[in-house]
Design a protein around this ligand. Structure first.
Ligand code: ZN
Ligand code: ZN
Ligand code: ZN
Length: 431
């Protein structure tokens, strides 16, 4: 028999046996998708990247899942149960290895010429590569965001300061960037060759590297080695010197470095966020432009932290109920998880605390930063100096004078020729 051309009119020409075989393959794919989601991932951290059907089909990362896909088990429930058991046993190790492998793909693809890489030996260890991925200056962007075809990026634009939307800058960092929607493989059972995980649409966000490097330096750390976890731990409180000097009141914040990035995007990225009240020309910077950042002096910083503490480490975790599968039930606080365990699954508080019935998942993306602290709050708290450089404090006092129309009682003593007020009061200048 001559080979038939494949085409849409051939649907009727497919022999019933082959049709049945195709339907069986699709069913197997569907059941593997459900098995991964409802069974294997139940005991895993789903806050991080998870494999799709495409990742089980391609490559050698999940051989036991592929065995499940390839075995014809339509009439053999016992064999199916056995293969599922095998896959269940090997999955945790396979998942961990796969996560490591795709992370290194990011490094191999993007590290050349990237920040800090010059310091790495040619045969960098896995640890060194992962350290590079975690550098504060290692930022990624989705190229599909540029034409608006990225669902993850579009979500972020639609919602303004919604507490439930993770911070975009955090989302695009390793390891969270690995689970970005455009990178994820496909779960479509009708797809002949479902797509595996791929960083094809990702690019280094090198335009923002100088901004982050400035913030790292302003925090007293080295951009070539400081990770974003180091920056979080340092918890410096900074402000934008340009806005401070230009007298923009709403910029007078003791901000975390994450908020500083947000401030730069909103105020100095060259894009007018508010077309009704465009920014004065001198405050607009082209993308990649620089502003100076000043870190508060230690006393003012301690006060800012007291007014707006960083979230505790526990807030970086969430608890997921393993008895309520897809959609996974996640609780942001342990006490709520305990309540759920008791009410719905009869689990005692102690059991939950020992990890029974719940899996802890990485919740870093959903942890809000500290509240915003304004410089005037520090003043209210009794401080009169905010910055290490005396010039800046003079600037700030100048501004207070303009704001309140009177001389503050704690006006700093300075050499006469350097003080703005002494010039103002010079008899010769008053005509
Ligand atoms: Zn995307
Ligand atoms: Zn500014
Ligand atoms: Zn539950």
């Amino acid at each position: 028999m001559a080979p038939k051309k494949r085409g849409n009119k051939s649907a009727k020409a497919i022999p019933p046996a082959m049709k049945q075989a195709l339907a069986n393959v699709r069913k197997r794919k569907e059941s593997v998708v459900v098995f991964i989601r409802d069974d294997l991932l139940l005991s895993e951290d789903t806050g991080l990247v998870t494999p799709s059907l495409g990742d089980s089909v391609h490559g050698d990362a999940f051989p036991d899942l592929r065995a499940l896909l390839e075995a014809r088990l339509e009439d053999n429930a016992t064999e199916r149960a056995r293969l599922e058991q095998v896959a269940r046993a090997s999955f945790p190790t396979a998942l961990q290895a796969w996560r490591g492998t795709i992370a290194l793909q990011l490094y191999d693809r993007f590290a050349a010429g990237g920040p800090g890489v010059a310091n790495l030996p040619p045969n960098a260890s896995v640890e060194q590569k992962l350290h590079w991925l975690s550098l504060a200056t290692t930022l990624f962007m989705c190229t599909r965001a540029l034409d608006g075809s990225c669902a993850d990026c579009a979500d972020d634009d639609d919602v303004d300061d919604d507490d439930n939307v993770p911070d975009y800058d955090k989302m695009m960092r390793y390891p969270y960037v690995l689970s970005h929607k455009c990178l994820r493989g496909s779960d479509s059972a009708t797809d002949d060759t479902p797509r595996a995980w791929s960083p094809a649409t990702l690019a280094p966000d090198s335009g923002r590297t100088p901004l982050v490097a400035d913030l790292v330096r302003a925090s007293g750390l080295d951009p070539a080695s400081a990770t974003y976890q180091d920056m979080d731990a340092c918890d410096g409180r900074l402000t934008c010197k340009l806005c401070l000097e230009k007298n923009l009141l709403d910029a007078d914040c003791a901000s975390t470095w994450w908020d500083c990035m947000g401030h730069f995007d909103a105020a100095h990225s060259g894009v007018d966020i508010n077309p009704v009240m465009p920014l004065p020309y001198e405050l607009r910077y082209p993308v990649g432009g620089r502003v100076d950042w000043v870190r508060l002096n230690p006393t003012a910083e301690a006060k800012a932290r007291e007014l707006a503490p960083r979230r505790t480490k526990d807030f970086g975790l969430a608890w997921r109920c393993v008895s309520c599968p897809a959609p996974f039930k996640v609780f942001q606080h342990r006490s709520i998880a305990e309540g759920h365990g008791l009410m719905w699954h009869g689990l005692g508080r102690e059991a939950v605390q020992h990890g029974e019935g719940f899996v802890t998942v990485d919740n870093y993306l959903n942890v809000d930063g500290p509240e915003l602290v304004y410089i005037w709050q520090l003043r209210q708290a009794g401080l009169s100096q905010y910055f290490p450089a005396t010039e800046l404090d003079a600037f700030y006092f100048n501004k207070l004078v303009k704001m309140f129309g009177k001389i503050p009682t704690t006006f700093p003593s300075r050499p006469a020729e350097k003080c703005a007020w002494s010039k103002f009061n010079q008899p010769g200048k008053r005509g």
